[in-house]
Design a protein around this ligand. Structure first.
Ligand code: OTU
Length: 621
């Protein structure tokens, strides 16, 4: 390795004590990084020397960023590099929230650390908190500066203080890293508008409709209603800018090596402020190819693998999490393989959506198909499981599992959760669909979608609570890093106030982005309240989960096919069994052998009757 000129560029800028461990990591990941980048960017340079110079400069920049990490972070890097499976532990638990809605600002979030500790949270995903676009900004997903905390939420010093406090409490802070686009008032976009050709080349800008029209033939739409089309005419650049999401979110041109080098540095500067995990937003969209939907392209994976190699070399304590809301068969690639690692974690949006379909249909067929399509993973990689997040429940990821009439079937689920279907207990909203027979997404807080909002009898209330716990139980026991969505632990309901805000009214995802309810929180230990019943029910599941390593992310999982259609039965190893009744009818399940129920004392054997929407976690005697 010592003779590798590129490794030497990195090592040369390190203090003595960092050199040997870095050289060791470079020996494995250095050549991987170089070959990925040569593949992606070799052609962007006039000749091989041009590429080598660029790559050498990148290595030196990485070395400088590595040297800037604090001793504390270096120590954490070393510990995690020695135990790469650290985040698969069943004691890992995530929590996701907006800074503003949870704590007002970053200091307010720090004040809630004792609450996070009470829940057992070890991983906190704070939704975008970097300086966003002025005005509409898609909940912070239109970033103006990656190097500055949103002044409304605090300062960079506050962020560093928060990451330090969280680390002290055993909580890793996860930040979004929005790779696909920047805001139209980001410095690069402003420069492009001012006529700077180099800045313009960091985006996809087309002088006329020729290429945009050709691409549109095969592209999908993320926001068909409020942001139709994938290109926006921008007068100042005299051209059509690729804007997959909102018109003010300009897609980055990742075929430009400058974009890669700059974004890698952005990531490492944030890591040096103490960010321990990155939620890589919209990873599926990074590479464009005519004739395709420009999602999940091989180059998008190579880019992610290159970012992973960088992390492995200079910040090995950091986790990369792929947010790719794509069909189940496309998901495993985001975790890579043992030989070509990609992200550490990937959202399992199919599992999440299929849980909701199972509730709507009172049938686990689609959910089972998703479990069957979920392969075993390479070591040191896992799924992220969840019930709700800040986005819609996207139905189209289930097209394959929902079978022949998938569109009608998923549209029916979407009508069910909007409360349109006669008899539906749910109160949500259909997202971004003009056609009631087409499925796109559904919005609403879990409590509103499971019937807690409409329950007006004791029985209905109890059933709604079971549905809430059923979905949470699935996320907690599946074998993943589960992430709770702020408010769900207190059964918080829809927040209609977004309708009065013009900048939010057209995007019903705001229906499920409420402000933390202090009053409910104060009642959390009072089982006589809805919030208390939910909180205590969840706390019980969390206690059981922590105590059983059969529930760790990497432990084996088997789908047991002989369960009735309304029931999902998953074994975790030989000794742990989870049963979920997704139907309103009692269901029977024939147990093999003697089991004890984690929720109550006593032995079970023979035929177990599952009450409507009941769940059992059983341990073999
Ligand atoms: C992500 O989302 C974010 O989670 C959204 O909040 C942002 O609006 C969006 O990117 C743009 O930054 O497709 O894989 O259907 O699921 O927009 C990326 C709505 C995405 C989201 C979708 C999503």
């Amino acid at each position: 390795m010592a003779s590798d000129v590129f490794a030497d560029r990195l090592l040369a800028v390190l203090p003595d004590e960092l050199r040997a461990p870095a050289a060791q990591r470079l020996a494995t990941s250095g050549p991987v990084l170089r070959s990925l980048l040569a593949w992606l960017y070799g052609d962007a340079f006039a000749d091989a020397t041009g590429f080598d110079d660029w790559f050498g400069d990148l290595m030196e920049a990485l070395g400088r960023l590595h040297a800037q990490r604090s001793p504390e972070l270096h120590a954490q890097d070393a510990a995690r590099a020695a135990e790469p499976d650290w985040f698969l532990d069943q004691r890992m638990l995530g929590y996701c929230t907006y800074v503003q809605k949870f704590g007002g600002d970053l200091n307010g979030v720090a004040q809630r650390i004792p609450y996070l500790a009470e829940l057992g949270v070890t991983y906190l995903h704070l939704l975008p908190f970097l300086r966003p676009r002025a005005g509409e900004n898609d909940g912070g997903f239109a970033v103006t500066s990656f190097d500055e905390v949103d002044p409304g939420l605090g300062s960079n010093a506050d962020l560093e203080a928060l990451t330090g406090q969280l680390r002290g409490a055993g909580v890793s802070l996860c930040s979004d890293l929005i790779l696909n686009h920047v805001a139209d008032d980001h410095a690069w976009a402003l420069a492009a508008k001012a006529g700077d050709a180099q800045a313009r080349a960091r985006f996809h800008v087309f002088p006329d409709r020729d290429l945009p029209d050709r691409h549109e033939r095969t592209l999908g739409q993320v926001f068909p209603q409020v942001a139709p089309g994938n290109f926006t005419y921008v007068e100042a650049v005299q051209g059509w800018v690729w804007t997959t999401f909102y018109p003010y979110q300009w897609d980055l041109n990742w075929s430009n090596p400058e974009v890669f080098a700059e974004m890698a540095a952005v990531m490492l500067r944030l890591a040096n402020r103490g960010i321990e995990a990155f939620r890589l937003d919209s990873t599926a969209f990074l590479w464009k190819r005519e004739g395709t939907n420009s999602m999940n392209q091989p180059e998008a994976h190579q880019l992610l693998q290159a970012l992973r190699a960088i992390v492995d070399i200079v910040a090995p304590g950091v986790l990369l999490k792929a947010e790719a809301i794509v069909p189940t068969r496309e998901l495993p690639a985001y975790l890579g393989s043992a030989e070509a690692p990609e992200c550490h974690i990937a959202y399992h949006s199919s599992l999440m959506a299929a849980g909701w379909v199972a509730l709507a249909e009172q049938n686990t067929e689609v959910l089972r198909a998703v479990v069957n399509n979920t392969p075993d993973l390479p070591r040191a990689a896992t799924w992220l499981s969840y019930v709700r997040c800040h986005d819609d429940i996207g139905w189209n990821v289930l097209r394959a599992e929902a079978g022949e009439n998938s569109a009608a079937r998923l549209a029916a689920a979407s009508r069910f959760f909007a409360g349109v279907t006669p008899g539906s207990y749910a109160r949500g909203a259909i997202f971004q669909s003009t056609d009631p027979d087409a499925a796109h997404g559904s919005n609403g807080m879990a409590a509103s979608l499971t019937g807690l909002q409409t329950a007006d009898t004791v029985v209905e209330h109890a059933l709604a609570l079971r549905r809430m716990l059923l979905l949470h139980g699935l996320a907690l026991s599946f074998g993943a890093l589960p992430v709770l969505y702020m408010g769900d632990e207190l059964a918080m309901q829809n927040d209609e106030s977004y309708l009065a805000r013009p900048e939010h009214a057209m995007d019903s995802r705001w229906l499920h982005r409420p402000v933390f309810d202090q009053q409910r929180w104060e009642h959390r230990h009072d089982a006589g309240t809805t919030e208390g019943a939910m909180y205590e029910g969840l706390a019980q599941l969390l206690r059981v989960r922590r105590a059983h390593d059969a529930l760790a992310a990497g432990a084996p999982r088997t789908l047991l096919a002989e369960a009735p259609a309304g029931v999902l039965a998953l074994a975790r190893g030989e000794r742990f069994l989870t049963l979920f009744n997704f139907s309103a009818a009692p269901q029977q399940y024939a147990l093999d052998g003697a089991w004890s129920d984690c929720a109550k004392p006593g032995l079970l054997s023979g035929t177990l009757t599952l009450a409507p929407y009941a769940m059992h976690w059983l341990v073999r005697e």
